[in-house]
Design a protein around this ligand. Sequence first.
Ligand SMILES: *Cc1c(COP(=O)(O)O)cnc(C)c1O
Length: 328
Amino acid sequence: MPKEDLSLGDIYIAGQRITAIARRTPLVDSPNLSTVVGSKVFLKLENIQVTGAFKIRGAANKILSLSEDERARGVITVSSGNHGRAVSYVAQKVGVNATICVPKTVPNNKCQAITALGAELVIKGENADEAMEYADELQVERGMTMVHPFDDLEIIAGQGTIGLEIVEKFPKIDTIIVPLSGGGLMSGIAFAIKSIIPTIHVVGVSMERGPAMVESIKAGRIVDIIETPTLADALAGGLNKDNKYTFPMVQQYVDETVLVSEKEIAEAVWFCLKHHNIIVEGGGAVGVAALLSKRVQKLGGNIAVVLSGGNLPLQALRKIIADGEVAK
Ligand SMILES: *Cc1c(COP(=O)(O)O)cnc(C)c1O
């Protein structure tokens, strides 16, 4: 069971290991959201993290834990964009070759960021699952190390450092709201915070369009979903069928799951822009969307929401601003 495989100590060590690469992001209060919700709400700004998303934490922890031999052979991964960008960044920084497989659905801004960092970009497959199959083949062929986007203890420990940072700044926290896809972010944060504050209420949020983890939790087993285009592109994709860690960890630690619509996601992005002067991508804004739409069933008095990324494509930003101006 994952509980024995991962300890709070591993997350502290990850925090130390990644300090030279990842940023300790601010936790800011949101007076507007606090008024809407009627509780104290703080936002964890991973949208201003290095490479624009939290994924740098797990990628740095994983790549920095590889042996000399593994580093020499290089790393490979599959990504909906942000993970690939993070792996490329860390690989370039420490001098490791990286191959990044992405499906055709990944936005162009994310592809460009990956190639600009010197990694080899392989665009293959109609969706994340197809890209993953191809990455598995290439990994064997090239003898590289797979840096899985979520189902890996080093990745989970890296993402868990967000939980430690939140508790240090906000020890009164009683509710944590986290975007949920493959569950690496959620597993790390929930494990870290529940180890320190066992009574914390953990809420995972996905989009209505293709919520693989939420459907799998409901079914009690990993189910296939149909991928549909969504503003929360960073949350798209299925779970790996041979999932070892994140599915059981999410089953064990998540107390509530919430689904949000495309309109609610767009409104949340607009809200962050208008009230906080920050750009949050769709997948990063689902926690705010869950609060604004009043879809969270159980809310404590002290809530932290993880804004997981800020890599919003320009066209999407333009549309959200135009729609927001009209709605005003
Ligand atoms: C990857 C990603 C997520 C989801 O993380 P998982 O570990 O797959 O659950 C959420 N938000 C953003 C911006 C991401 O890039």
